[in-house]
Ligand binder design. Structure first.
Ligand code: MN
Length: 324
């Protein structure tokens, strides 16, 4: 082999090895990215609203229940003893914050998922915090400033809004532990089953909305409400409805006062979230969080439809709660 040929062969060999190296590192980078992607916690988007048209040709009953907060025994007592149990005519609607704080969040979640055809729920701030803690496992292990930019939002199927909690300190270690305890399968099924709001059209032309925190006039009719207002709001600025808050601020008003003034007459909002105000039954809004987890009561508001009479009757059911 001439010298020149030897040089050329060596050159080709180097080139070849380099090419393999480049290809390999490219391939490795791609695999790494893929692994990261697969490893990143993922949950399906949550539905914004589920609409139910109730059939006027048969009897039915809707049982709206305030914040359960993991008080499984009380929930069972309310449904079995006070309400006479789940039957084919009954739909239970949990008004959010069904998990967290109390002792048996896992049992409450299992109960909901095992009775999906009879038990519906809307997401409360505690369910969102638990899901958020699940998709952001670093949140409670590292200082906030280190993870803040890497946080992943929660996603919803009918709104482009990406949800980050307004106050990250409200996503606590207990939410991360609960997320771990429930695990991916349960959280995924909860995300697929629940929604941020429910709307029931009754045969009597009444409309019932179920949300965790509150609604503003025009929500779902003219405007898409924000996740924060549906799950956290207690107060609103009457001059700028986009300004909502959990705590009182100058000029703020309770959201249900706006609702009383400007919403359609035959439309009622059932909600939870406000244990401090307690049971709050008004003409067009029904607040059902009666502080069960703090040793208060667990409340259900029952709507029973009789197709013979063509009428809806309501009844309030309560059970006393034992503080854990
Ligand atoms: Mn709440």
């Amino acid at each position: 082999m001439t010298r020149a040929l030897r040089f050329a062969a060596a050159g080709l060999l180097v080139l070849g090895l380099t090419a393999i190296g480049v290809l390999k590192s490219g391939w490795m980078a791609e695999t790494d990215a893929l692994e990261r992607e697969t490893a990143a916690p993922w949950l399906p988007p949550i539905g914004l609203i589920e609409k139910v048209v109730c059939d006027g040709n048969r009897d039915f009953r809707l049982l709206f229940i305030g914040d359960v907060h993991g008080q499984y025994q009380e929930l069972m007592r309310l449904i079995e003893d006070e309400a006479g149990g789940l039957d084919d005519e009954t739909t239970v609607v949990l008004l959010g914050d069904m998990v967290s704080k109390g002792p048996d969040s896992d049992k409450v979640a299992d109960f909901v998922l095992q009775n999906r055809d009879r038990v519906k729920f809307v997401f409360g701030n505690h369910e969102l915090a638990t899901l958020f803690a699940y998709v952001n496992p670093e949140l409670n292990c590292k200082p906030l400033e280190k993870v803040q930019e890497r946080l992943l939002p929660l996603r919803f199927s009918d709104t482009k809004e990406l949800f980050f909690p307004r106050d990250l300190s409200k996503v606590k270690k207990s939410h991360s532990s609960l997320a771990k305890q429930l695990g991916f399968d349960v959280l995924k099924r909860l995300a697929l089953h629940g929604s941020l709001a429910l709307r029931f059209e009754l045969p009597t032309k009444q409309t019932l909305y179920a949300v965790h925190a509150g609604m503003l006039p025009g929500d779902f009719a003219d405007t898409t409400p924000s996740v924060h207002s549906l799950t956290e709001m207690k107060f609103v600025d009457p001059a700028n409805w986009k300004r909502t808050s959990k705590s009182k601020f100058p000029g703020a008003e309770r959201w249900y006062k706006l609702w009383d003034r400007s919403s359609p007459k035959r439309t009622t909002v059932l909600y939870g979230h406000d244990a401090r105000s307690g049971l709050n039954l008004r003409d067009r809004t029904k607040g059902l969080d009666s502080a069960c987890v703090k040793g208060g009561k667990l409340t259900a508001l029952e709507y029973t439809y009789s197709h013979k009479k063509g009428e809806v009757t309501t009844r309030l059911l309560q059970t006393k709660c034992v503080q854990d």
